[in-house]
Design a protein around this ligand. Structure first.
Ligand code: PXP
Length: 240
């Protein structure tokens, strides 16, 4: 059965909306693990818009499953990763203006940076995952040229597509999983997955892990809302 790794970035996004101390992504990570998630993922962005170094240091001390740091292949980020020592680093493309990661890494186009970052991190015992679109050339390069341990197939295009286009995108993912698995890569999948569009993917036994953030945080806000209101009402009514 595939594992679930939960991305807690958007718990931090809510915290940063008020520059407050809650909700704490470190507490969300612990709850995710208590609920059965087998990995915690955070993306440290250049602009620190959600996750901060403080979160990383605490997560490194508290995560009991696997800590996966998503980051750009820059010297600054590699140095931070070498200090924190996550279990896995996922190399992703990053543009300051983007709302979220917009696509897979162009491995073929940025080979030198990616190879250098991979070598430094692997030497420290950190596993390397490359976030790629379901494109055979990028997947082969991740294995044969970069020497990555795993890839994460970008499912965002499939998730955004409708009708026949979605069927085509699903087929591309299936083919990409086959190629990656055949090359001996551990295969993960993520981006844009929710409680509905994940269903055609859960039967693909070669997928080792799903990486999911936004839909889980969004659902948590709603499924927890009634309880949160009731608890506040109890306090208000207590002294009357
Ligand atoms: N995988 C990668 C590489 C990502 O950058 C993200 C978003 O941070 C995710 C998975 C999770 O995507 P979502 O929040 O849409 O579930």
């Amino acid at each position: 059965m595939a594992k679930l790794a939960v991305n807690v970035d958007h718990v931090a996004t809510l915290r940063e909306a008020r520059r407050a101390i809650e909700p704490d992504p470190v507490m969300a990570a612990a709850l995710a693990e208590l609920s059965g998630a087998e990995g915690v993922i955070v993306h440290l962005r250049e602009d620190r818009r959600h996750i901060k170094e403080r979160d990383l240091y605490l997560l490194r001390q508290t995560v009991k499953t696997s800590l996966n740091l998503e980051m750009a292949a820059t010297d600054e980020m590699v140095n931070i990763a070498l200090d924190i020592r996550p279990d896995v680093v996922t190399l992703v493309p990053e543009r300051r203006e983007e709302v979220t990661t917009e696509g897979g890494l162009n491995v073929l186009g940025q080979m030198d940076n990616i190879v250098q970052a991979t070598k430094r991190l692997q030497k420290a015992g950190i596993l390397i995952s490359i976030f790629v679109d379901p494109e055979p050339d990028q997947i082969r390069a991740s294995k044969e040229k970069v020497g990555a341990d795993m890839i994460e197939i970008h499912t965002g295009i499939y998730c955004d597509a409708k009708g026949e286009e979605r069927e085509r995108e699903l087929k591309r993912i299936l083919e990409a999983v086959d190629i990656a698995h055949g090359l001996g890569l551990i295969v993960k999948a993520g981006h844009g997955l929710n409680y509905f569009n994940i269903q055609p993917l859960v039967g693909i036994k070669e997928i080792y892990e799903f990486s999911i953030g936004h839909s889980i945080v969004a659902r948590a806000v709603l499924v927890g809302f009634e309880r949160a209101v009731r608890e506040m009402l109890e306090i208000i009514k207590m002294k009357r």
